[in-house]
Design a protein around this ligand. Structure first.
Ligand code: PMP
Length: 288
């Protein structure tokens, strides 16, 4: 496997970063998880936009243009001869000293990894619990910034693991349910699709935006409003969205069974639509 690292493609065994990199020392960096489906990088422009927004928020000045960064992603797939892949694009503040001061980091570290990953969207649903750890408030560390600091999600994931379930949902500081450890949440109630709004503590998921668009195209009413646990417990359908997860139904939350452990009609429709567009809404890797 060849990995893009600071302007070059290197063998996996040579893809090393410094122990003085602030990405490692402090989680001081940003990243994107991206998918490619049959030679098309899904929503690549949107992922690059979000990466640059995250970097800007943290005052990390990425020394490549967005067009150059798109080329980095495409070239990483080409050199590894991949068509269906998961891509991890990372920009850290770079190598500094052991102090916190970001001014000591002269140049960001940039790397891009692509591994083979087949398209998903099976029929299975997952079991979820509510995490005891809360999502960070927007004025503490805004979850809209996709930083390398994922400890909040990791703590929730550890709790899900101990409980023997697949995923944990996090509440915000007010007690509203906001998102999963690496995914956004959707509820269907009486034919209306609901999801937490972007002013709450969520990452504005790119799959979330796609699902909202697909639902509207299907004539489904979409409402972005704060959701309580009770809204989830009494949902007709419940599912999560994310680049890695795609669209996955939730069959059980905190012991409450949703829709008899069946994939609901609206979830099914959205999964079908997603399957149709995932090889279309993006940037082609190869000339064909
Ligand atoms: N929330 C969090 C915390 C995430 O890590 C992710 C995955 N990037 C998402 C939501 C879903 O975002 P996307 O659809 O852009 O992958």
């Amino acid at each position: 496997m060849k990995i893009y690292l600071n302007g070059k493609f290197v063998d996996e065994k040579d893809a090393k970063v410094s122990v003085f990199d602030h990405g490692l020392l402090y989680g001081d960096g940003v990243f994107e998880g991206i998918r490619a489906y049959d030679g098309v990088v899904f929503m690549l422009k949107e992922h690059i936009d979000r990466l640059y927004d995250s970097a800007k928020s943290l005052c990390i000045d990425i020394p490549l243009t967005k067009e150059e960064m798109i080329e980095v992603v495409l070239e990483t797939l080409r050199v590894n001869n991949l068509r269906d892949a998961y891509i991890r694009l990372v920009v850290t503040r770079g190598v500094g000293d052991l102090g916190l001061d970001p001014r000591k980091c002269k140049e960001p570290t940039i790397f891009c990894i692509a591994i083979p990953m087949p398209p998903l969207l099976g029929e299975d649903g997952i079991r979820v619990i509510t995490a005891s750890v809360r999502r960070l408030p927007v004025d503490v560390l805004n979850p809209a910034v996709k930083s390398l600091n994922y400890l909040n999600s990791i703590l929730a994931k550890i709790q899900a693991n101990y409980a023997g379930v697949d995923e944990a949902f996090l509440l915000d500081d007010k007690g509203f349910v906001v998102e999963g450890t690496g995914d956004n949440i959707f509820v269907v109630k009486n034919g209306v699709l609901k999801t937490p709004p972007v002013y709450q503590s969520i990452l504005k998921g790119i799959t979330r935006d796609v699902v909202i668009k697909l639902a509207k195209e299907e004539g489904i009413e979409v409402v972005e409003e704060p959701l309580t646990l009770n809204d989830l417990y009494t949902a007709d359908e419940l599912f999560i969205t994310g680049t890695a997860a795609e669209i996955v139904p939730v069959f059980e939350i905190d012991g409450r069974v949703i829709n008899n452990r069946q994939v609901g009609e609206i979830t099914k429709k959205l999964k079908e639509k997603f399957k149709e567009i995932r090889t279309k809404w993006g940037i082609k890797v190869y000339d064909e």
